[in-house]
Design a protein around this ligand. Structure first.
Ligand code: ADP
Length: 227
């Protein structure tokens, strides 16, 4: 039996880059443990732990959690996973976090989803809603019969604050400013694997092929067509 070293991976990508979809596929095919800083924080907030209450005060103001708090939280979780392959998501988000992580473990690879901002903007701004009923339309997948108008009532559709082009641009700029130094940090170490493209389904086979050089596919069916 070949004993492979355990995989220590990080996935990075702006909001709307397909990171959630890709992470779910990696988990399904390669059976890795997925550790998301956002999920962990939400879990702590829901349970009203000390960290959760503290985190909420930052998140509510749209700020990042201070490095030492998120680092302690994540490193503590990582300790419990030392028998498993794992994939970090949402952490590290600053160079200080990446350095703290490096002190505790050796990262093997950083998967970077490199999707053009224009593509992401189109995706994220495609959602329109009819506020009174909560009906949701997507200009790409399920457009209304008449643009900007609810099919049933004929009333105007609106965009959520989060989905408006100005807000989406701001979120993408913030991501860029925060994470570029982290990408650069890993690039210098030779760990960054960037996957560029505009469609998740086209990027995925390359990520799959790359990870297959490191881990066996543990999903039962259809390894030949890895969706
Ligand atoms: P988003 O894509 O909106 O940032 P996440 O689910 O990744 O969503 O995280 C939610 C919030 O939790 C972030 O906006 C931030 O305030 C905080 N957060 C998550 N990960 C980190 C991190 N590594 N460092 C600092 N703050 C973080």
């Amino acid at each position: 039996m070949v004993v492979r070293p355990l995989l220590r991976a990080v996935i990075m990508g702006p909001p709307g880059s397909g990171k959630g979809t890709v992470s779910a596929r990696i988990i399904k095919h390669f059976g890795v443990k997925h550790l998301s800083s956002g999920d962990l924080l939400r879990d702590n907030m829901q349970k009203k732990t000390e960290v959760g209450i503290l985190a909420k005060s930052y998140i509510d103001q749209g700020q990042l959690i201070p490095d030492h708090i998120i680092t302690q939280l994540m490193l503590n979780e990582i300790k419990g996973l030392d028998q498993y392959n794992w994939l970090l998501d949402g952490f590290p988000r600053t160079v200080a976090q990446a350095e703290a992580l490096d002190k505790e473990c050796h990262i093997d690879t950083v998967i970077d989803l490199d999707v053009p901002f224009e593509t992401i903007k189109c995706r994220l701004t495609a959602r329109w809603i009819h506020p009174a009923s909560g009906r949701v339309y997507n200009l790409e997948f399920s457009p209304p019969k008449v643009q900007g108008i609810d099919d049933i009532t004929g009333e105007p559709l609106v965009q959520r604050e989060d989905d408006k082009p100005e807000t989406v641009s701001k979120r993408l700029q913030a991501y860029d400013a925060q994470t570029k130094p982290v990408l650069e940090y890993y690039r210098k170490k030779g760990l960054l694997k960037s996957f560029s493209g505009t469609e998740t389904n086209k990027i995925w086979p390359h990520i799959y092929a790359f990870l297959q050089t490191k881990l066996p596919d543990v999903s039962q069916k259809d390894a030949a067509n890895p969706r």
